[in-house]
Design a protein around this ligand. Structure first.
Ligand SMILES: *Cc1c(COP(=O)(O)O)cnc(C)c1O
Length: 396
């Protein structure tokens, strides 16, 4: 059966994108995941050491070592390992002063954990737009939105539409690409809004030579199974503030008052500590971080080259002034090709290549549909056009 040109077009777009991906991931590779962990270092040795010594749980030398390795890599003054990245973000927000009834500005284009961590504090996420070049929070759009809705009342910055206090801003470095940090700090500084970075995806990414997670008062990292480095499940809080670092450790370890045998606690804390077993895996993974980053960068360069000649889509490159870890490679379909997105996804997945769209925007989810939000033209545009491609370091 012959189909006319307009109906044929989506298939042609899918063909051309599949052909470009195949230049990077040849068919011989078989079925390919979006991002797979890789254990080629001392993972087995360190995990067995935990089992052999009995130190598998909430205390142990690997937790301390994992934290100091992260301190070294990021340059942050204090690192507190946690059971996952969401927990790290939860406690980071509490320490930034987020309280029930507050509002926290977060991008609409993000993973659900960013918004959920705000909700865990009893606060309300307030969604703002992304920038086309970074895919992360847009400082200019934030500024314009705040100018419209924010009002200073005493010490507090208040959303005049809802009457709630605007307590913090949470930028997220999407797929490892750092946001426009200078622009953001300028706007947040002007409004006196503390910044808490969701750096879950950006271990190894830098902005003007400084590691992500160093720009706000606190930051959260994630070591989930699909991240650049994994502990099975895990996260970390970063901060340069000695007192915040101390309180982060205290809050994530049930707020136990240190004593040789007494079990006493001085506030409602959380059992958010990272088990030693997971930290052991993480230590071995971090030893290979430079190699992971090198190969992920090479993979990104291959995709960039393969998509140079594709008229229907553009490869998403690291923003100016940054070095990205290229956690997840992404393409943006050209606007005229955007209606073919689901056809492209189908074609790639049928070919055994795990590809997926970006996140469904937060305000479309039932629990956040009534949350306050700015106009979101760029986030909506990204949502329609973005596709993530297989990004495991093993593909190089
Ligand atoms: C992975 C991730 C987190 C944290 O995830 P956990 O699975 O809890 O470690 C938070 N925010 C973003 C944007 C993420 O991608």
């Amino acid at each position: 059966m012959h189909l006319g040109a307009p109906i044929d077009a989506p298939a042609t777009i899918a063909d051309s994108i599949l052909a470009a991906v195949r230049k990077v991931v040849p068919a011989e590779r078989g079925s390919v995941a979006l991002h797979e962990p890789e254990f080629r270092g001392r993972e087995r040795e360190y995990v067995l050491d935990c089992i052999d010594t009995g130190w598998v749980s909430s205390v142990g030398a690997y937790v301390d070592r994992f934290e100091s390795m992260l301190t070294e890599i990021t340059g942050a003054a204090h690192t507190v390992a946690t059971v996952n990245g969401t927990a790290a973000l939860h406690v980071a927000l509490l320490l930034a002063g987020v309280r029930p009834g507050d509002e926290v500005l977060v991008p609409a284009f993000t993973f659900i954990a960013t918004a959920n961590a705000v909700s865990y504090c009893g606060a309300v996420p307030h969604f703002v737009d992304s920038a086309a070049d970074t895919l992360g929070l847009d400082p200019a759009a934030l500024d314009e939105h705040l100018r419209r809705i924010a009002e200073r009342r005493g010490d507090a910055l208040v959303n005049r539409d809802t009457g709630r206090v605007l307590r913090a801003v949470v930028p997220m470095h999407a797929f490892g690409h750092p946001v426009d940090v200078d622009g953001l700090l300028k706007v947040c500084g002007r409004y006196g809004l503390p910044v808490v970075e969701d750096a879950a995806e950006s271990l190894g990414s830098t902005y003007k030579g400084t590691h992500t997670g160093r720009f706000g008062r606190l930051a959260a990292l994630s070591f989930n199974g699909n991240k650049v480095v994994t502990t099975g499940g895990g996260g970390a809080i970063l901060t340069d503030d000695l007192e915040l670092g101390r309180r982060a450790k205290h809050l994530t370890t049930t707020a136990r008052v240190p004593h040789r045998w007494n079990l006493s606690h001085d506030v409602i804390g959380f059992n958010y500590r990272l088990p030693n077993l997971n930290a052991a895996l993480g230590c071995a993974q971090l030893e290979n971080l430079p190699d992971f980053l090198r190969r992920k960068r090479q993979l990104a360069e291959r995709y960039a080259a393969a998509f140079e000649t594709v008229g229907e889509a553009d490869f998403v490159r690291e923003p100016a002034n940054t070095r990205s870890n290229y956690w997840l490679n992404a393409i943006l379909l050209r606007r005229e090709a955007a209606p073919a997105r689901d056809g492209v996804l189908q074609r790639l997945n049928d070919a055994g290549l795990m590809a997926r769209p970006g996140w469904c925007l937060m305000h479309r989810l039932p629990m956040y549909e009534h949350s306050p939000r700015a106009s979101l033209p760029v986030a909506e545009d990204i949502e329609r056009r973005l596709i993530n491609l297989p990004s495991s370091p093993a593909l190089v």
